[in-house]
Design a protein around this ligand. Structure first.
Ligand code: ZN
Length: 270
């Protein structure tokens, strides 16, 4: 399924990112394409990027406020219905119960079919470089929040008692993976991805060069599926689409039976 455009689309999805610009460096093209086709997306930034500078005398609270002011424009370009800052500390993010409860609360509130998060298994990138600790922690917290906590009504019981019922996320899409297994054609949305990145002005020194870099990366991923631009993701299917039904009496009534143990996940169209 890795050499054709991946066309499955969630009705609702949630992107969980460590820093304000991560989602735009990551799966923004996929998010924009899905939203264009009718999906509804929400973005969570675990931190406000308050350590995203090089001046030791800078006020981290001022930087956080500046980065939060940059977010509406970026989110608007991609088309998210909205975004939430969890105000965790940049550079010190930890996959602890506090962060997981925050994420479970967001998942149960937005009720996404799919969650997109950084691939927490990547410490060293295949092509060189180290994955930021916040990306790993945010990714792992997202995985742990999706499964089992969000779907278990007895996890963080105060949430269910307060009206946030358990919710089953059906799929995880991990971005910046070393081992992608799907590629999404972003030919129609790569320009918006670049524009959204440029909206994080405090982080971008040379927007032209960055645009070029994003286009090169997208073109490299696109080659695998014969398209001008793509994003590579690692898909983890938690619940197959057919888990929702069919009506259990149907096979009996019609005499048709799905072969047991069919290895082909029919929900994955690509
Ligand atoms: Zn980051």
């Amino acid at each position: 399924m890795n050499d054709v455009d991946h066309t499955w689309r969630p009705a609702r999805f949630l992107v969980i990112a460590a820093h304000p610009d991560d989602a735009d460096f990551g799966p923004a093209g996929t998010a924009a394409r899905w939203i264009d086709a009718g999906s509804e997306g929400w973005l969570i930034c675990c931190t406000s990027g308050d350590a995203g500078g090089e001046d030791p005398d800078a006020d981290p609270l001022e930087l956080a406020a500046l980065r939060e002011r940059e977010q509406p424009r970026a989110a608007d370009l991609i088309g998210y219905a909205g975004f939430t800052f969890l105000h965790q500390p940049d550079g010190a993010l930890v996959n602890d119960l506090v962060l997981r409860e925050q994420l479970v609360r967001e998942i149960r509130t937005w009720k996404p079919d799919a969650v997109l998060a950084t691939d927490p298994s990547v410490v060293f990138y295949r092509d060189g470089g180290i994955n930021h600790t916040d990306h790993r922690e945010a990714g792992l917290a997202a995985v742990d929040a999706v499964y089992p906590a969000a779907r278990n009504p007895m996890a963080f019981p105060a949430l269910a008692k307060g009206g946030l019922a358990a919710h089953r996320v059906r799929r995880l899409y991990l971005f910046w993976p070393n081992e992608p297994n799907v590629r999404v054609d972003i030919t129609t949305s790569v320009d918006r991805k670049i524009a959204a990145l440029a909206a994080h002005a405090s982080q971008i020194r040379e927007p032209e060069k960055l645009a070029e870099r994003i286009r090169t990366w997208a073109a490299e991923e696109g080659e695998a599926i014969g398209s001008p631009a793509a994003e590579a993701l690692r898909l983890v299917v938690i619940d197959e689409d057919e888990d929702e039904g069919p009506d259990p009496g149907l096979a009996e009534r019609t005499g048709t039976e799905t072969p047991a143990g069919d290895p082909e996940p029919t929900a994955v169209e690509a």
